[in-house]
Design a protein around this ligand. Structure first.
Ligand code: ADP
Ligand code: MG
Length: 233
């Protein structure tokens, strides 16, 4: 399998008000292969969000390199990183962040526009993605007219629509009840298996430990364990 994302010796520290320093990440090495579901787990405060934000070019590391498709993204300008995020990456967060005045369909179409997807194909592609996440019947609903799980499915449809190389998901099920959360995790697993998508996700949902291809465990900003699952297709 081909490597598409590589982190080498990443460190990140935060200086806080009283002059002290928090070592949020130390000596992180991590590899993501195309078509894998990679999970970062660890207690609250262990560095998951800091790491996923650096991998997704939302934040810059203090030391080490992040290589995406062979390119050292730390060397890119802020504008080039913006463009990379819009075109090749995508994000799903704990708080769903849909635009409340737009229908599900309009939300997905709008993100296709931001990604520069050709205008002629936007509606068709948006409908196809909403159908893919099981929301064919909710296309014309606004976020306020959908359940939490349905809203997160719209966010996933939006995340896959422009065919990104990687989807980053930071605790996408944390705000959902466990049944709904499990269904959302199953959807990620299906997208990886059937559509060849690559996902990097943080979670403390134990169900994910079985569903992921690789699980990295973090403690106090350090990777303490790497577990590879043999997932039957
Ligand atoms: N902007 C920041 N300023 C100062 N400290 C931060 C900041 N962001 C994160 N931290 C600290 O870095 C550590 C890792 O945080 P985080 O990556 O959010 O962990 P997790 O997502 O695993 O809960 C924590 O100790 C947290 O307090
Ligand atoms: Mg976090």
């Amino acid at each position: 399998m081909e490597n598409i994302l590589k982190a080498e010796n990443i460190s990140r520290e935060f200086k806080i008000g009283d002059g002290s320093v928090v070592h949020a990440l130390t000596n992180i090495d991590l590899d993501v292969n195309e078509g894998e579901l990679v999970c970062l787990r660890g207690r609250s405060g262990s560095g998951k969000t800091t790491l996923i934000n650096i991998l997704g070019a939302l934040d810059r590391q203090d030391g080490g390199t992040v290589t995406f498709c062979g390119e050292d993204i730390g060397k890119l300008s802020d504008a080039a990183r913006d463009k990379l995020r819009r075109k090749k990456l995508s994000f799903v967060f704990q708080s769903v962040a849909l635009i409340s005045t737009m229908t599900a369909l309009e939300n997905v179409e709008f993100s296709l526009r931001l990604a520069g997807y050709p205008i002629a194909g936007r509606t068709k592609r948006a409908k196809e993605c909403l159908a893919r996440v099981g929301l064919a019947k909710r296309m014309y609903h606004r976020p306020g007219e959908m359940s939490g799980g349905e809203q997160q499915r719209v966010a996933i449809a939006r995340a896959v629509a422009h065919k990104p190389k990687i989807i980053f998901a930071d605790e996408p099920t944390a705000a959902l009840d466990s049944t709904t959360g499990t269904a959302v995790l199953g959807l990620f697993r299906e997208l990886v298996r059937d559509d060849g998508i690559t996902v990097v996700m943080t979670t403390h949902d134990e169900a994910m430990m079985e569903l992921a291809d690789v699980v990295y465990s973090l403690e106090d900003g350090v990777i303490v364990d790497i577990k590879r699952n043999d997932i039957p297709l």
